[in-house]
Design a protein around this ligand. Structure first.
Ligand SMILES: Cc1ncc(COP(=O)(O)O)c(C=O)c1O
Length: 418
C-alpha cells in the first residue's frame, strides 16, 4: 500500500516507535523482558492508593461521574482543573497567571507536537523556522514530531569529568547561535535522558537570550517541581510571558490518563485550544478530574516531596551501587543523576556502537535505549553519540539488578572478543 509523505514521516525505524513498542510489549504482556528502556513511572503503592481514592470519589459522585463520562470536555481543558492549577502555581511561585494562561493536552507529548509545529516550519513570508535545542542529549520524543523535516538545530554539550566516574554536561554558551530563523528555544529540565538539571544560572542565561531575541523559551518540566518533583537539586521554577512551561500528570504515576498541562501567554494557549479542537475535538477529563482533588487538597504536592522524590532518590542510589558493583574493569562514566528516572551511561572505549550493544542486550532479554537517539538536530559525526546508553531505574529492584548485571557481562564479552 502506498502512503503519503505525512505517513512516511512516522516510520518503524523511529526511536520513539521502537521505544514505545518495546515498552508496551514489556508492560502489557506477561513478559520476562528486563525493561530498563522505557520511561514508565514506578507504581508507588501510597501514590496509587491516593489516586484510587480520588477515582472512587469521582465514581461515587453521580454528577461528577456523569459529566466525566458523558460530556465532551472543552478544547482548552477541564475548567475546574485549570482553575486549580492556576491557583496552585500562583500560591507556590507567585507567577500571576490566569485561566487564559493554561491549556491541557492529550499527554504533554501531543503538547510538544503542537508547540514545535506552531513555532517551527514554514511561515507566510516563505521562511523556514527552527527550534533550537541548546544542549544535547535531549528527549527522544522531540525527534519525530515535526510536520516538516529539519525542525531542530542543536549543540553538543561541554563535558565536565567529575570524581567517582561521574560527569556532567553543560550548555556551551560560546557556541550557541541564535539565527534569523530561530523560532523558539526548548530544554527538558530535569533532562530525559541524562538526569541533568540545568542550573538556575544556565536557565537565567537562556531566559535572557530568548527575551533579547523575542522568541519563547519552552521548558519541559515533565519530572520537575511542583509535581512530580523528581529533582534532587535545588531550583527555582520561573515563568513569564515569554516562557512556555510544560507539565504532565504522567510521572506522578498517571501516564494512563494522558494529561499534559501548558502554561503560556494567552495567544499560545488559544492556538493550543484551536489545535485540540481540530485534532481531538476535546481534551481528556478523567485525569484532570482525579488529579483535581489531589492538587486542591495540597496532597499531591506534599506527596511529591515526602514520597515520590525520596522514592526515586533511593532507586537512583541503588542503581548506582549496582553499577559500581558490576562494572569493575569497565571504562564507564555516569552522568550525575540530578533528577528524572534514568541513568545515562557513557562507555568511551566500547568497541561496538551503542546501537549494536542495544541489539545484543535485547537478544538477551534486556531492554535499554541506545544513546544515539537522543541527539535531535545534531548533524555531527560526534563519536560520543554512539557511546552512551540510557537505563531506566523505575522498575523493580531485581529487574534493575539483573539488567545491569547483563549489561556488564555483555560489555565484558565485547571487550574480550576485540
Ligand atoms: C522529558 C519528557 N517530556 C515529555 C514526555 C511526554 O510525557 P507525556 O506525554 O506522558 O505527558 C516525556 C515522557 O517520557 C518526557 O520524558
Amino acid at each position: 500500500m502506498k502512503f503519503s509523505n505525512f505517513a512516511s514521516r512516522f516510520n518503524d525505524s523511529s526511536g520513539i516507535v521502537q521505544l514505545m513498542d518495546d515498552l508496551g510489549n514489556a508492560m502489557n504482556n506477561d513478559s520476562d523482558l528486563l525493561m530498563l528502556g522505557g520511561g514508565n513511572p514506578s507504581h508507588i503503592p501510597i501514590i496509587q492508593e491516593h489516586i484510587r481514592k480520588s477515582f472512587l470519589n469521582l465514581l461515587d459522585d453521580p454528577v461528577l461521574f456523569s459529566n466525566a463520562i458523558g460530556n465532551y470536555e472543552s478544547p482548552q481543558g477541564n475548567r475546574i482543573f485549570i482553575e486549580t492549577i492556576v491557583k496552585m502555581l500562583n500560591k507556590e511561585y507567585d507567577w500571576g497567571i490566569k485561566y487564559e494562561n493554561v491549556a491541557l493536552t492529550v499527554g504533554s507529548q501531543s503538547g510538544f507536537f503542537f508547540l514545535f509545529n506552531m513555532f517551527g516550519g514554514k511561515y507566510a513570508d516563505g521562511t523556514h523556522k527552527k527550534i533550537l535545542l541548546p544542549i544535547t542529549p535531549e528527549y527522544i520524543g522531540y525527534r519525530d514530531v515535526g510536520l516538516v523535516s529539519d525542525l531542530f538545530y542543536s549543540y553538543k554539550p561541554k563535558i565536565e569529568k567529575l570524581d567517582n566516574n561521574f560527569f556532567k554536561y553543560r550548555i556551551d554558551f560560546e557556541a550557541l547561535e541564535i539565527r534569523k530563523n530561530t523560532a523558539a528555544i526548548c530544554v527538558s529540565r530535569p533532562t530525559n535522558p541524562t538526569g541533568n538539571v540545568l542550573t538556575d544560572e544556565e536557565m537565567s542565561k537562556l531566559f535572557s537570550i530568548a527575551e533579547q531575541n523575542q522568541i519563547p523559551l519552552i521548558i519541559d518540566n515533565a519530572y520537575g517541581e511542583p509535581f512530580p518533583g523528581i529533582i534532587f537539586t535545588k531550583t527555582s521554577p520561573f515563568w513569564n510571558k515569554n516562557t512556555i512551561f510544560c507539565m504532565s500528570l504522567s510521572k506522578v504515576g498517571m501516564p494512563g490518563v494522558r494529561t499534559g498541562i501548558i502554561v503560556a501567554d494567552s495567544p499560545v494557549i488559544k492556538s493550543i485550544r484551536n489545535m485540540n479542537a481540530a485534532i481531538n475535538l476535546s481534551t481528556p477529563n478523567f485525569g484532570p478530574m482525579i488529579a483535581n482533588e489531589l492538587i486542591e487538597s495540597g496532597d499531591l504536592l506534599a506527596l511529591s516531596k515526602a514520597e515520590i522524590k525520596p522514592f526515586y532518590q533511593r532507586k537512583m542510589e541503588h542503581a548506582i551501587s549496582v553499577i559500581r558493583k558490576n562494572f569493575s574493569n569497565i571504562d564507564y562514566y555516569i552522568h550525575v543523576p540530578e533528577g528524572a528516572i534514568f541513568l545515562w551511561l557513557w562507555l568511551p572505549n566500547l568497541n561496538v556502537s551503542s546501537d549494536d550493544l542495544y541489539e545484543r542486550l535485547k537478544s538477551r532479554g534486556t531492554l535499554v535505549i541506545s544513546g544515539s537517539h537522543f541527539f535531535p538536530g545534531l548533524d555531527d559525526n560526534w563519536e560520543h553519540k554512539d557511546e552512551c546508553l540510557r537505563i531506566t531505574y523505575s522498575m523493580d529492584k531485581d529487574v534493575v539488578e539483573k539488567g545491569i548485571e547483563i549489561i556488564a557481562e555483555e560489555i565484558r564479552a565485547i571487550n574480550a572478543s576485540s
